[in-house]
Write a protein that binds this ligand. Sequence first.
Ligand SMILES: [Zn+2]
Length: 198
Amino acid sequence: MYEGAVQDLIDELGRLPGIGPKSAQRIAFHLLATEDEDVERLATTLLRVKNEVKFCTLCGNVAEAELCRICADPRRDPATICVVEEPKDVVAIERTREFRGRYHVLGGAISPIDGIGPDDLRIRELLARLRDGVVTELVLATDPNLEGEATATYLARLLTPMGLVITRLASGLPVGGDLEYADEVTLGRAFSGRRRVE
Ligand SMILES: [Zn+2]
């Protein structure tokens, strides 16, 4: 529709999650009208996040060192692991202050429509963490939607034979949404009321 750089920008923005063609166009023209130094700061921040932010080698959370802050903290209970889809879910659960264990970030959820199967998630890494027998409880805190439920069911079937206590967040979370959209009180309640998966 537009020429050269403007269209390239609209195309790039349109590839971002949750941004449709109209929003991409609006953001592109907003940036065109923005002061040079503000655009430069945004560009620098984008490059910095790619260059400096790493993922924790143990749990897959966002980290600035080899291990994330939570894995590096000896006060966190090593016997309980909470399995989530994305690093943003770690932030949402941390806000509730209900959980003192550790996390495992899968990097998504099983979604046949999007071609994402168990092998595309960090399930092998999770199994490796369970091998030494330190972990006794696994909390499945995937999103309360189809993909999240499918992932939790898959993991429960895979891991139940290992003799762990496997729990799932209590109902009451808004169905179909993301964990991060649940308010702290609701998520905290779902966490403390987690029930055992049989
Ligand atoms: Zn970690």
